[in-house]
Design a protein around this ligand. Sequence first.
Ligand code: NIG
Ligand code: FE
Length: 413
Amino acid sequence: MSKLLITNIGLLATPTGRAAKSGREQGEILKLKNAWIMTEDGLITEIGTGEPPVMELERCFEAVDAGGCLVTPGLVDAHTHLVFGGFRQHELADKLHGKTYLEILAEGGGILSTVRATRAASEEELTAKARAALAEMLMHGVTLCEAKSGYGLSTKEELKQLRVVRELQDSQPVELVSTFLGAHAVPPEYKNDKDGYVRLICEEMLPGVAREGLAEYCDVFCETGVFTVEESRKILEAGLALGLKAKIHADEIDALGGARLAGELGAVSAEHLIAVTKQGIESMKRGGTIACLLPATSFYLGAEYAPARSFIEAGVPVALATDYNPGSCPSLNLQLVMNLACLKDRMTPEEVLTAVTLNGAAAVGRAGTHGSLEAGKKADLLIWDAEDLDYICYRFGSNLVRTVIKNGLPQSF
Ligand code: NIG
Ligand code: FE
């Protein structure tokens, strides 16, 4: 049995509950001064303030002194494209000369260039690369992470990507939630037959993914020149029929209506949402869909920022994630996302904390077990080089996480 006692916590800050928080509640954070946390076998057993129970200390608890610092739940990165071959630094010059993301994609670059690199890589190579990325994420405080496929774009290659996620699930500390994103782009083989590719996704890829239990979610890149709202509906409904819950890259660049579709289908989350309309927000509210915002992508594409305040005012829960990928966000630093969410999305540090913990966990179906510091939940927590929440949203560019505790175990780097 592994028991751990974390003492001398200057400020413990956490959302509470087992479901996503919206509206005013998104900014309501429990703050305890001079606190301690007791864990056993990877779960939190008790939280208190003042002197920790000495009797328990004597019963051979391993103790960690938080040094009077801030402690929060481990961070949840609810939207990443974790597994891919290569990077795309060669596109930087085109970008600097004014080519847009969709223009680069239409010329066979962008996602399609990463598809070539991912297909050329072996499962072992992809696993090693993603493992290194996860180690870096953990160092930056991420203890639970979503991982999408979408750079294979054939049945064999999509399954290869998803198997990498399965291999990594139990062989490194960050917990993973897997999403099938076969509808990320139309592969060159189907350039002139998009209907054929949609059929392949619905009739071969999705059943294959479901048969092997390789993903919990199905996602679609619903965007001009990629998949239309109707194609997205077809694919997400096929996934739902096979037990895969829906997510959607919606209204990122153009207001196509992906957010409206997300609400109609009761999707768990809609992501990006830079160009979302009022109707889209209302539909998401009706459907119980979480808005997963990705401000580091806005930064990297030089785009607008999603209207976080409109979601909060409308009572739609907001989660924040990196969108880590080789094109629109080659960074896995969720702390940077927290800075941008404050400065550009005008969210408060309290709302941001909920967005990267409890609401992120809800966006990947884990709010019952992860995302807050409460008895019975996972002992995933961070000791920060900081004394309060404002500090971690105000400083930027440094890794402010001092100690990561995953499943009740202090991690060493
Ligand atoms: O979420 N928008 C679509 N997909 C990714 C980018 C993937 C890539 O450019 O490789 C995103 O931004
Ligand atoms: Fe994405």
